[in-house]
Design a protein around this ligand. Structure first.
Ligand SMILES: Cc1cc2nc3c(=O)[nH]c(=O)nc-3n(C[C@H](O)[C@H](O)[C@H](O)COP(=O)(O)OP(=O)(O)OC[C@H]3O[C@@H](n4cnc5c(N)ncnc54)[C@H](O)[C@@H]3O)c2cc1C
Ligand SMILES: NC(=O)c1ccc[n+]([C@@H]2O[C@H](COP(=O)([O-])OP(=O)(O)OC[C@H]3O[C@@H](n4cnc5c(N)ncnc54)[C@H](O)[C@@H]3O)[C@@H](O)[C@H]2O)c1
Length: 466
């Protein structure tokens, strides 16, 4: 049977672009790709990239304050020009969009700038009605922000809107306690908005190491974010130009803007998947096996739409592995077990890989090494902020099973820790590295004695358990 393409990719985000480019340029596959919006997807257009640039912009006050502590006594950040920043941001995203499109064109991928849906196991239909056939179809449509399902929720903004605001809000409420809520609260507060974060739990970043959660929560408070913990908004309504929030306990307050950061949902609606027999999970995600293959053999899915680990480098790895496996005869699975990530709250980021202390304790005997100190750079400037570094070490094998860092540029540090951990390094391997001094990262290789023992009786029997 002949097809229009060897591969048709739906979605031009992190996973789809990588898969299309590798299949076409490395393995000579005839590839078509449909993207209904801007090329590059969530990460490039409304996620990682603009978010990180906004994080950089939001640090001016903190940097200036530190500089004053070094003797530049009259240093002042001055006024922030949101319109100038937003226009520059848009120009940068346009440049990146062009680079992504250019990479696909150079690889001879045929781009269809419209929405696509599936018609059968080998056919997609574009929004203009054109039908195209392919031997393989890759679903890489990502996800979208999810509002919490309360009355008046359409009055609230979502993360996509934050990059396009006409002006910065005066007083703003961010609802949620995950990656996006914490990062946007940091950004909005740093850019000068009076920022309130409302979260239903008692510490942000559920699922992270508890000690890191406590420090991240406290830092939000210290930098000036007003925390409303243990609260659930029940209803939003208009209050003139403002938005009134009514909480489940009846309390109410009006804000210039309200933003939901209450999770994301896979973009599977209206794609024609269930009609075709492609199995979906409870959250609407495409269910795939370890090869990213769906329940229909010619259809594969990668990235956020599969709701495995929703990060850009993971989507990219899944897309690349799919192309290697199907078109390059190089079968390659993705190990989702040890993925590093960072939450770009500032001044200290939260970065993590492997087991949390709580998970380690549940798994069995572990040594916990913790370094907690005031870094020389901010200490000199008069700050009390502490860096926390934690290593979890399996008491039997002595392998490092988890690492958590709360500190400046922690994301940069965890990236490098991910290499030895991926190789199965032991604590002795870490200790063998001679420190680079004076740095923050040297603490990772200089923690000599366990701070505590967890997870039951330890193999050497000389230590107790916590
Ligand atoms: C605010 C924010 C900040 C983030 N920050 C980070 C970060 O710092 N680090 C990190 O690793 N991850 C971050 N992420 C997560 C990261 O953006 C995603 O994990 C990643 O983009 C997923 O890639 P993907 O290819 O699965 O989907 P996406 O990048 O979402 O791409 C899917 C594409 O498919 C298109 N599409 C959808 N349906 C159709 C259709 N029917 N036809 C045609 N096209 C369609 C969409 O327009 C989109 O362009 C962030 C996410 C957000 C929202
Ligand atoms: N730095 C990064 O790598 C980065 C940054 C942003 C996003 N991301 C990715 O995007 C994903 C989505 O981020 P996110 O922050 O939207 O999701 P999340 O799942 O991390 O957090 C959602 C938050 O909303 C809360 N929530 C959910 N429903 C609610 C309700 N009905 N009422 C009140 N609160 C509610 C949850 O308790 C949670 O705190 C992340 O899991 C991550 O994979 C990564």
């Amino acid at each position: 049977m002949s097809f229009d393409y060897d591969l048709f990719v739906i979605g031009g985000g992190s996973g789809g672009v990588r898969a299309a480019r590798i299949a076409a340029s490395e393995y000579g596959a005839r590839v078509g790709l449909a993207e209904e919006s801007r090329m590059g997807g969530t990460c490039v257009i409304r996620g990682c990239v603009p978010k990180k640039l906004m994080i950089f912009a939001s640090q001016a006050e903190g940097i200036v304050e530190e500089t004053r502590g070094y003797g530049w006594t009259t240093a002042d950040a001055g006024a922030f020009d949101w319109t100038m920043f937003r226009n520059k941001l848009d120009a940068e995203l346009t440049r990146l969009e062009g680079a992504y499109t250019g990479g696909l064109v150079a690889a001879d991928v045929e781009i269809h700038k419209q929405r696509a849906r599936l018609v059968d196991a080998h056919t997609v239909e574009l929004a203009d009605g054109q039908r195209l056939s392919a031997k393989h179809i890759l679903i890489a449509v990502g996800g979208r922000p999810q509002r919490p399902g309360i009355e008046g929720e359409e009055l609230g903004l979502i993360s996509d809107d934050l990059f396009l605001m006409e002006k910065l809000p005066g007083r703003v409420l961010v609802i949620g306690g995950g990656f996006i809520a914490c990062e946007f609260a940091t950004i909005l507060q740093g850019l000068g908005a009076e920022t309130v974060l409302s979260y239903r739990g008692n510490a942000v970043l559920r699922g992270f190491d508890e000690e890191m959660r406590r420090h991240a929560t406290e830092q939000l408070r210290v930098v000036g974010v007003e925390l409303k913990l243990g609260t659930v908004p029940a209803k939003l309504e208009k209050d003139g130009e403002r938005t009134r929030v009514i909480w489940s306990d009846g309390a109410q307050e009006s804000y210039d803007a309200v933003m939901f950061a209450t999770g994301r949902t896979p973009n599977t609606e209206g794609l024609g998947l269930t009609e075709l027999g492609v199995k979906l999970g409870a959250r609407g995600e495409v269910v795939v096996d370890e090869w990213s293959q769906t329940s229909v053999p010619s259809i594969f899915a990668v990235g956020d739409v599969t709701d495995r680990v929703n990060l850009t480098p993971v989507a990219i790895r899944e897309g690349h592995s799919f192309a290697d496996t199907i078109f390059g005869a190089k079968p390659r699975k993705v190990d989702h077990g040890l993925v590093a990530s960072a939450v770009y709250v500032r001044p200290h980021e939260v970065a993590t890989i492997g087991l949390t202390e709580e998970e380690a304790a549940a798994k069995g005997p572990h040594e916990v090494y913790v370094a907690s100190f005031r870094p020389m750079r901010s200490l000199f400037a008069g700050s009390d902020a502490r860096v926390i570094m934690k290593l979890l070490v399996d008491a039997g094998t002595k392998k490092v099973t988890g690492c958590h860092i709360f500190g400046p540029e922690a994301g940069e540090m965890i990236q490098l820790v991910a290499i030895p951990m991926g190789m199965g390094a032991t604590k002795a391997d870490f200790d063998a590295a001679i420190a680079v001094h004076p740095t923050l990262a040297e603490e990772i290789v200089t923690m000599r004695r366990p701070t505590r023992h967890i997870g039951g009786a330890h193999p050497d029997k000389t230590v107790g358990s916590a």
